[in-house]
Ligand binder design. Structure first.
Ligand code: ADP
Length: 426
């Protein structure tokens, strides 16, 4: 419509100009008509301009609202390219990492990931670009101005309308408060487990005492009867032999009950989660504080930062590591080792397998006796009950791993276990 009008005006102006060139006089009527039309056209343009200004204001408003929503969203939002560089970030993302936008753009996102989680991130990044499906996982992020924190990550690879290349839309939520609560709960679970363990031990000891009381009474009757007969001198040697054989029988039965008794634990609930074994081992070492007060041991922990994440029940795995570490400390303490040392190693032995090994410099193991150590109630300690290794083996096997023992060629014992872990993508 506007174009038609402008064309008409142009045509009219051309006609007037033509008249000028032909030296024809331009009538006053022509001029005033043209001025009228131009005035009208100007008014229309002004109206249009006003509309455009209004639209511009509305657009700016919408844009400001969008930016506010984008920046103040409750989650950090990062756009990461295939090379792992941050191409876009919202204000919430900047706040989480404690850095300004310009300091983050074109930086590698993995710079802000705690070293033990870098491998997990690159696994998931490759998975997201390959499968184009939503990926979610948890990891630890580093902040410039705050302590490191646990974050929940959700990401999806989508095609950019600008570049035509896939890029990773990544949402980051701070879950450190939840993790902290879980940790407190976990510590409580450990305390409860120790209480439970004591309770089960009490029940266990009570059950043994109850079951074996009968055999002991019978043995005592047979022996007292034999002593009385011997004291009086009224006995037949065959009859006495028979009574003593019965006593011996009872003592064998008693030994048999003790050896065969299985440790019946209350049905444990396993809660599996992906976790980092390095953190678990460090936390377990700190639980050995009581043993260390009584008998200080140099504990050296050789960790590998690039270990894959393991799906495990943190509480039970800590229990298994604690049992092995306590055994090592007790073995060194009972043999009066002058410079007791416990070396713990965690290593990725296969793509889908990690191995945790504990070396001590105690008395070591007799090769032929190693299979016996895992039998329930086998113990060489006066205060032992021979269940630590049985329980640890059950825990490790429940996780799909294997518990093993070796005599350390350079002295001392070596106990360890394998655990299946997350396979990195090819
Ligand atoms: P307990 O500790 O009650 O004896 P365990 O099942 O934990 O029960 O251990 C069984 C036995 O294995 C111990 O009594 C000990 O003889 C042996 N053992 C375990 N760990 C070690 C070690 N690090 N060094 C030497 N012997 C060990």
């Amino acid at each position: 419509m506007r174009e038609t009008k402008s064309k008409t005006l142009q045509r009219r102006a051309d006609a007037i100009l033509k008249k000028c060139r032909l030296n024809k006089p331009i009538s006053n009527q022509d001029i005033s008509q043209l001025i009228d039309e131009l005035t009208l056209y100007q008014i229309e343009l002004e109206n249009n301009n006003e509309d455009l200004m209004k639209a511009q204001v509305e657009l700016n408003d919408a844009r400001r609202k969008y930016i506010e929503l984008y920046d103040l969203a409750p989650a950090g939002y990062f756009v990461i390219n295939k090379e792992g560089l941050i191409k876009e970030v919202n204000q919430a993302g900047c706040d989480l990492l404690g850095l300004r936008k310009h300091a983050l753009i074109n930086r590698c996102f993995s710079r802000y990931i705690a070293s033990e989680f870098k491998a997990l991130f690159s696994d998931y990044r490759r998975r997201a670009f390959k499968e184009l499906s939503l990926q979610s996982y948890e990891l630890k992020l580093l902040s410039w101005n705050q302590p490191s924190f646990y974050a929940f990550i959700e990401c999806k690879a989508v095609k950019s309308s600008h570049t035509g290349c896939h890029q990773l839309l990544t949402f980051v939520t701070d879950i450190s408060a939840r993790k902290c609560m879980e940790d407190t709960l976990h510590q409580q679970r450990i305390k409860m487990a120790s209480i439970d363990r004591l309770r089960s031990l009490n029940e266990f000891i009570y059950a043994i005492a109850h079951d074996q009381n009968y055999s002991l009474m019978m043995m005592s009757n047979y022996l007292n009867g034999s002593i009385r007969r011997l004291e009086k001198g009224h006995y037949h040697i065959d009859e006495l032999l028979n009574i003593l054989k019965k006593a011996a029988c009872q003592s064998h039965a008693l030994a048999d009950i003790i050896l065969r008794r299985k440790y019946v634990t209350s049905k444990s609930i396993f809660r599996y989660e992906y976790d980092n074994i390095n953190t678990i081992i460090s936390q377990t070492i700190s639980l050995l504080i009581h043993e260390m007060i009584e008998f200080p041991v140099t504990i050296q922990y050789e960790k590998t930062d690039t270990l894959s994440m393991v799906k495990l029940d943190k509480f039970h795995i800590q229990q298994a590591i604690l049992n092995l570490a306590r055994n090592a400390i007790e073995a060194m303490r009972d043999s009066n080792i002058k410079e007791p040392k416990l070396l713990i190693e965690a290593a990725q032995t296969k793509k889908d397998m990690i191995e945790i090994t504990l070396f001590d410099n105690g008395p070591g193991l007799v090769e032929e006796l190693i299979p016996k150590l895992f039998e329930p109630h086998y113990t060489t300690k006066s205060y032992g009950i021979g269940l630590g290794l049985t329980v640890s083996r059950a825990i490790i096997e429940k996780h799909g791993g294997q518990l093993f023992a070796l005599s350390n060629p350079s002295g001392g014992a070596c106990f360890g276990f394998t655990l299946p872990c997350l396979t990195p993508l090819k």
